[in-house]
Design a protein around this ligand. Sequence first.
Ligand code: ATP
Length: 275
Amino acid sequence: MTLAEPAAPPASAAGDDLLALNNVEVVFNDVILVLRGMSMAARRGKVTALLGANGAGKSTTLKAIAGLLHTEDGEVTRGTVHYDGADVTRTAPDRKVRDGLFLVMEGRGIVQDMTVTENLRLGAFTRPSANIGEEAAEVFEFFPRLKDRRGLAGYLSGGEQQMLAIGRAMMAKPKLILMDEPSMGLSPLLVKEVFGIIRRLNTELGLTILLVEQNANMALKAADYGYIMENGKVVLDGTGEALADNEDVKEFYLGGGERRSFKSVKSFRRRKRWL
Ligand code: ATP
Protein backbone atom coordinates (compact mmCIF):
# COMPACT_ATOMS: atom_id res chain seq x y z
CA MET A 1 0.00 0.00 0.00
CA THR A 2 1.12 3.51 -0.76
CA LEU A 3 0.86 6.03 2.04
CA ALA A 4 1.69 9.27 0.32
CA GLU A 5 2.14 9.72 -3.39
CA PRO A 6 0.67 6.67 -5.13
CA ALA A 7 2.92 4.82 -7.51
CA ALA A 8 2.26 5.81 -11.10
CA PRO A 9 0.35 3.07 -12.91
CA PRO A 10 1.67 1.70 -16.19
CA ALA A 11 1.24 4.03 -19.13
CA SER A 12 -1.20 1.76 -20.92
CA ALA A 13 -3.92 -0.59 -19.79
CA ALA A 14 -2.49 -3.77 -21.17
CA GLY A 15 -2.11 -7.12 -19.47
CA ASP A 16 -3.52 -7.13 -15.95
CA ASP A 17 -5.01 -3.65 -16.10
CA LEU A 18 -8.20 -3.27 -18.13
CA LEU A 19 -8.24 0.45 -17.41
CA ALA A 20 -5.50 2.93 -16.54
CA LEU A 21 -5.56 6.68 -15.99
CA ASN A 22 -2.24 8.38 -16.17
CA ASN A 23 -1.90 11.92 -14.80
CA VAL A 24 -5.30 13.02 -16.06
CA GLU A 25 -6.18 16.68 -15.81
CA VAL A 26 -9.79 17.80 -16.43
CA VAL A 27 -10.92 21.37 -16.93
CA PHE A 28 -14.53 22.63 -17.10
CA ASN A 29 -15.53 25.80 -18.96
CA ASP A 30 -11.87 26.36 -19.92
CA VAL A 31 -10.99 27.51 -16.40
CA ILE A 32 -12.21 25.21 -13.61
CA LEU A 33 -9.50 22.67 -12.89
CA VAL A 34 -11.12 19.62 -11.29
CA LEU A 35 -8.81 16.64 -11.87
CA ARG A 36 -5.17 17.47 -11.12
CA GLY A 37 -3.00 14.55 -12.14
CA MET A 38 -5.40 11.68 -11.49
CA SER A 39 -3.72 8.28 -11.82
CA MET A 40 -5.30 4.91 -11.12
CA ALA A 41 -5.91 1.50 -12.62
CA ALA A 42 -8.64 -1.16 -12.62
CA ARG A 43 -7.38 -4.71 -12.72
CA ARG A 44 -9.02 -7.15 -15.14
CA GLY A 45 -11.62 -9.31 -13.38
CA LYS A 46 -11.43 -7.35 -10.13
CA VAL A 47 -13.56 -4.84 -8.23
CA THR A 48 -11.88 -1.47 -7.68
CA ALA A 49 -13.34 1.23 -5.44
CA LEU A 50 -12.82 4.95 -5.82
CA LEU A 51 -13.59 6.79 -2.59
CA GLY A 52 -13.48 10.35 -1.40
CA ALA A 53 -15.56 13.10 0.17
CA ASN A 54 -18.05 15.28 -1.69
CA GLY A 55 -16.47 17.18 -4.52
CA ALA A 56 -13.21 15.18 -4.57
CA GLY A 57 -13.65 14.50 -8.29
CA LYS A 58 -14.95 10.93 -8.33
CA SER A 59 -17.85 11.48 -10.75
CA THR A 60 -15.62 13.63 -12.95
CA THR A 61 -13.16 10.74 -13.11
CA LEU A 62 -15.92 8.38 -14.29
CA LYS A 63 -17.12 10.90 -16.88
CA ALA A 64 -13.56 11.32 -18.15
CA ILE A 65 -13.28 7.54 -18.53
CA ALA A 66 -16.67 7.19 -20.26
CA GLY A 67 -16.00 10.19 -22.52
CA LEU A 68 -18.95 12.23 -21.25
CA LEU A 69 -17.22 15.45 -20.23
CA HIS A 70 -18.14 17.46 -23.32
CA THR A 71 -21.84 17.47 -22.35
CA GLU A 72 -20.81 19.68 -19.42
CA ASP A 73 -18.21 21.69 -21.32
CA GLY A 74 -15.38 19.77 -19.74
CA GLU A 75 -12.31 18.19 -21.34
CA VAL A 76 -9.22 16.16 -20.57
CA THR A 77 -6.44 18.71 -21.01
CA ARG A 78 -3.53 16.49 -19.96
CA GLY A 79 -2.78 12.84 -19.36
CA THR A 80 -4.24 9.67 -20.85
CA VAL A 81 -6.99 7.11 -20.36
CA HIS A 82 -6.15 3.62 -21.61
CA TYR A 83 -8.75 0.88 -21.91
CA ASP A 84 -8.06 -2.68 -22.98
CA GLY A 85 -4.65 -1.77 -24.34
CA ALA A 86 -5.73 1.26 -26.40
CA ASP A 87 -5.55 5.00 -25.78
CA VAL A 88 -9.23 6.04 -25.49
CA THR A 89 -8.66 9.54 -24.07
CA ARG A 90 -10.53 11.11 -26.97
CA THR A 91 -12.65 8.19 -28.14
CA ALA A 92 -16.40 8.86 -28.60
CA PRO A 93 -18.59 7.53 -25.78
CA ASP A 94 -20.75 5.29 -28.01
CA ARG A 95 -17.58 3.65 -29.36
CA LYS A 96 -16.56 2.91 -25.79
CA VAL A 97 -19.94 1.31 -25.06
CA ARG A 98 -19.50 -0.86 -28.16
CA ASP A 99 -16.08 -1.83 -26.84
CA GLY A 100 -17.59 -2.94 -23.55
CA LEU A 101 -17.19 0.06 -21.26
CA PHE A 102 -20.50 0.95 -19.62
CA LEU A 103 -21.30 3.66 -17.05
CA VAL A 104 -24.17 3.18 -14.61
CA MET A 105 -24.95 6.76 -13.64
CA GLU A 106 -25.64 8.18 -10.24
CA GLY A 107 -29.41 8.48 -9.78
CA ARG A 108 -29.68 5.40 -11.99
CA GLY A 109 -30.64 7.15 -15.24
CA ILE A 110 -33.38 4.72 -16.14
CA VAL A 111 -36.30 5.92 -18.25
CA GLN A 112 -39.18 6.26 -15.81
CA ASP A 113 -42.02 6.09 -18.31
CA MET A 114 -40.78 2.96 -20.05
CA THR A 115 -41.33 -0.59 -18.85
CA VAL A 116 -38.60 -2.78 -17.37
CA THR A 117 -38.17 -4.68 -20.63
CA GLU A 118 -38.06 -1.48 -22.69
CA ASN A 119 -35.35 -0.14 -20.40
CA LEU A 120 -33.39 -3.37 -20.82
CA ARG A 121 -33.78 -3.12 -24.58
CA LEU A 122 -32.14 0.34 -24.43
CA GLY A 123 -29.08 -1.25 -22.85
CA ALA A 124 -28.57 -3.32 -25.98
CA PHE A 125 -28.82 -0.36 -28.37
CA THR A 126 -25.26 -0.78 -29.60
CA ARG A 127 -25.89 -4.43 -30.48
CA PRO A 128 -28.53 -4.68 -33.23
CA SER A 129 -28.18 -8.47 -33.39
CA ALA A 130 -28.90 -8.91 -29.67
CA ASN A 131 -31.51 -11.51 -28.80
CA ILE A 132 -33.42 -9.29 -26.40
CA GLY A 133 -35.79 -11.98 -25.10
CA GLU A 134 -33.03 -14.41 -24.27
CA GLU A 135 -30.72 -11.80 -22.77
CA ALA A 136 -33.49 -10.18 -20.72
CA ALA A 137 -34.25 -13.66 -19.36
CA GLU A 138 -30.63 -13.88 -18.19
CA VAL A 139 -30.99 -10.51 -16.45
CA PHE A 140 -34.21 -11.72 -14.78
CA GLU A 141 -32.39 -14.81 -13.57
CA PHE A 142 -29.96 -12.46 -11.87
CA PHE A 143 -32.70 -10.16 -10.57
CA PRO A 144 -35.79 -12.33 -10.06
CA ARG A 145 -37.50 -9.40 -8.40
CA LEU A 146 -37.62 -7.50 -11.71
CA LYS A 147 -39.20 -10.34 -13.63
CA ASP A 148 -42.76 -9.83 -12.47
CA ARG A 149 -42.68 -6.05 -12.68
CA ARG A 150 -44.80 -5.33 -15.70
CA GLY A 151 -45.54 -1.65 -15.09
CA LEU A 152 -43.48 1.45 -15.77
CA ALA A 153 -39.98 1.70 -14.31
CA GLY A 154 -40.99 4.86 -12.47
CA TYR A 155 -43.14 2.73 -10.16
CA LEU A 156 -40.23 0.52 -9.08
CA SER A 157 -38.71 1.00 -5.63
CA GLY A 158 -35.28 2.65 -5.36
CA GLY A 159 -33.58 -0.72 -4.95
CA GLU A 160 -35.38 -2.19 -7.95
CA GLN A 161 -34.46 0.83 -10.07
CA GLN A 162 -30.82 0.30 -9.14
CA MET A 163 -31.13 -3.37 -10.15
CA LEU A 164 -32.72 -2.33 -13.44
CA ALA A 165 -29.87 0.12 -14.08
CA ILE A 166 -27.37 -2.69 -13.52
CA GLY A 167 -29.49 -5.07 -15.63
CA ARG A 168 -29.45 -2.54 -18.45
CA ALA A 169 -25.67 -2.41 -18.23
CA MET A 170 -25.59 -6.22 -18.50
CA MET A 171 -27.55 -5.99 -21.78
CA ALA A 172 -24.62 -4.11 -23.30
CA LYS A 173 -22.41 -7.19 -22.67
CA PRO A 174 -19.75 -5.07 -21.00
CA LYS A 175 -16.23 -5.94 -19.92
CA LEU A 176 -15.97 -3.00 -17.55
CA ILE A 177 -18.86 -1.49 -15.59
CA LEU A 178 -18.35 1.92 -13.99
CA MET A 179 -20.79 2.51 -11.15
CA ASP A 180 -21.45 5.91 -9.68
CA GLU A 181 -22.71 5.67 -6.07
CA PRO A 182 -24.84 2.53 -6.40
CA SER A 183 -25.79 2.72 -2.72
CA MET A 184 -27.11 6.27 -2.93
CA GLY A 185 -30.55 6.72 -1.37
CA LEU A 186 -31.01 3.06 -0.49
CA SER A 187 -31.88 1.58 2.90
CA PRO A 188 -29.07 -0.32 4.70
CA LEU A 189 -30.67 -3.64 3.77
CA LEU A 190 -30.87 -2.73 0.10
CA VAL A 191 -27.32 -1.38 0.15
CA LYS A 192 -26.20 -4.80 1.33
CA GLU A 193 -28.17 -6.47 -1.43
CA VAL A 194 -26.79 -4.17 -4.12
CA PHE A 195 -23.20 -4.79 -2.99
CA GLY A 196 -23.94 -8.54 -3.01
CA ILE A 197 -25.07 -8.15 -6.63
CA ILE A 198 -21.91 -6.25 -7.50
CA ARG A 199 -19.82 -9.12 -6.13
CA ARG A 200 -21.89 -11.64 -8.11
CA LEU A 201 -21.44 -9.67 -11.34
CA ASN A 202 -17.74 -9.95 -10.69
CA THR A 203 -17.50 -13.57 -9.56
CA GLU A 204 -20.25 -15.16 -11.68
CA LEU A 205 -19.95 -13.10 -14.87
CA GLY A 206 -16.26 -12.19 -14.56
CA LEU A 207 -16.96 -8.47 -15.04
CA THR A 208 -14.40 -5.87 -14.07
CA ILE A 209 -16.00 -3.20 -11.90
CA LEU A 210 -14.97 0.31 -10.95
CA LEU A 211 -17.12 1.58 -8.15
CA VAL A 212 -17.42 5.17 -6.96
CA GLU A 213 -18.76 5.37 -3.43
CA GLN A 214 -19.15 7.52 -0.37
CA ASN A 215 -20.08 4.44 1.64
CA ALA A 216 -16.45 3.48 2.27
CA ASN A 217 -17.28 0.70 4.66
CA MET A 218 -19.36 -1.32 2.21
CA ALA A 219 -17.27 -0.44 -0.82
CA LEU A 220 -14.02 -1.60 0.80
CA LYS A 221 -15.63 -4.88 1.79
CA ALA A 222 -16.68 -5.48 -1.81
CA ALA A 223 -13.50 -4.20 -3.45
CA ASP A 224 -10.25 -5.97 -4.18
CA TYR A 225 -8.42 -2.66 -4.42
CA GLY A 226 -9.26 0.92 -3.54
CA TYR A 227 -8.18 4.50 -4.15
CA ILE A 228 -8.96 7.52 -2.00
CA MET A 229 -9.27 10.82 -3.81
CA GLU A 230 -9.01 14.33 -2.58
CA ASN A 231 -8.84 17.56 -4.54
CA GLY A 232 -8.75 15.89 -7.93
CA LYS A 233 -6.07 13.28 -7.29
CA VAL A 234 -5.35 10.08 -5.39
CA VAL A 235 -3.97 10.51 -1.86
CA LEU A 236 -3.97 6.87 -0.75
CA ASP A 237 -4.38 3.45 -2.35
CA GLY A 238 -4.22 -0.18 -1.32
CA THR A 239 -6.12 -3.46 -1.18
CA GLY A 240 -9.70 -3.21 0.08
CA GLU A 241 -8.70 -5.07 3.19
CA ALA A 242 -5.65 -2.92 3.92
CA LEU A 243 -7.57 0.32 3.41
CA ALA A 244 -10.45 -0.85 5.61
CA ASP A 245 -7.87 -1.61 8.28
CA ASN A 246 -5.93 1.61 7.85
CA GLU A 247 -6.10 3.92 10.86
CA ASP A 248 -6.27 7.07 8.73
CA VAL A 249 -9.16 5.69 6.70
CA LYS A 250 -10.97 4.65 9.85
CA GLU A 251 -10.43 8.05 11.41
CA PHE A 252 -11.51 9.88 8.31
CA TYR A 253 -14.56 7.82 7.39
CA LEU A 254 -15.68 6.23 10.59
CA GLY A 255 -14.56 8.73 13.18
CA GLY A 256 -17.86 10.62 13.16
CA GLY A 257 -18.29 14.37 13.26
CA GLU A 258 -17.31 16.72 10.48
CA ARG A 259 -15.31 15.29 7.64
CA ARG A 260 -11.99 17.03 7.40
CA SER A 261 -9.52 16.98 4.61
CA PHE A 262 -7.97 13.54 4.36
CA LYS A 263 -4.56 15.17 4.39
CA SER A 264 -5.34 16.69 7.75
CA VAL A 265 -5.91 13.31 9.38
CA LYS A 266 -3.19 13.28 11.99
CA SER A 267 -1.46 9.98 11.48
CA PHE A 268 -1.50 10.43 7.71
CA ARG A 269 0.46 13.64 8.12
CA ARG A 270 2.79 12.12 10.65
CA ARG A 271 3.57 9.11 8.49
CA LYS A 272 3.90 11.22 5.41
CA ARG A 273 6.83 12.97 7.08
CA TRP A 274 8.54 9.65 7.54
CA LEU A 275 8.52 8.87 3.87
P1 ATP B 1 -19.97 14.00 -5.21
O1 ATP B 1 -19.92 12.76 -4.44
O2 ATP B 1 -20.48 15.16 -4.44
O3 ATP B 1 -20.59 13.86 -6.57
P2 ATP B 1 -17.43 13.87 -6.52
O4 ATP B 1 -16.22 13.39 -5.85
O5 ATP B 1 -18.11 12.92 -7.46
O6 ATP B 1 -18.45 14.38 -5.45
P3 ATP B 1 -17.37 15.66 -8.72
O7 ATP B 1 -18.85 15.61 -8.97
O8 ATP B 1 -16.49 14.97 -9.67
O9 ATP B 1 -17.05 15.20 -7.25
O10 ATP B 1 -16.97 17.21 -8.64
C1 ATP B 1 -15.66 17.63 -8.32
C2 ATP B 1 -15.56 19.13 -8.38
O11 ATP B 1 -15.74 19.56 -9.71
C3 ATP B 1 -16.58 19.86 -7.55
O12 ATP B 1 -15.97 20.96 -6.93
C4 ATP B 1 -17.61 20.34 -8.55
O13 ATP B 1 -18.20 21.56 -8.15
C5 ATP B 1 -16.75 20.52 -9.80
N1 ATP B 1 -17.54 20.24 -11.01
C6 ATP B 1 -18.13 19.07 -11.33
N2 ATP B 1 -18.77 19.16 -12.49
C7 ATP B 1 -18.59 20.42 -12.94
C8 ATP B 1 -19.02 21.14 -14.09
N3 ATP B 1 -19.76 20.58 -15.03
N4 ATP B 1 -18.64 22.44 -14.20
C9 ATP B 1 -17.89 23.01 -13.25
N5 ATP B 1 -17.46 22.40 -12.15
C10 ATP B 1 -17.80 21.12 -11.98
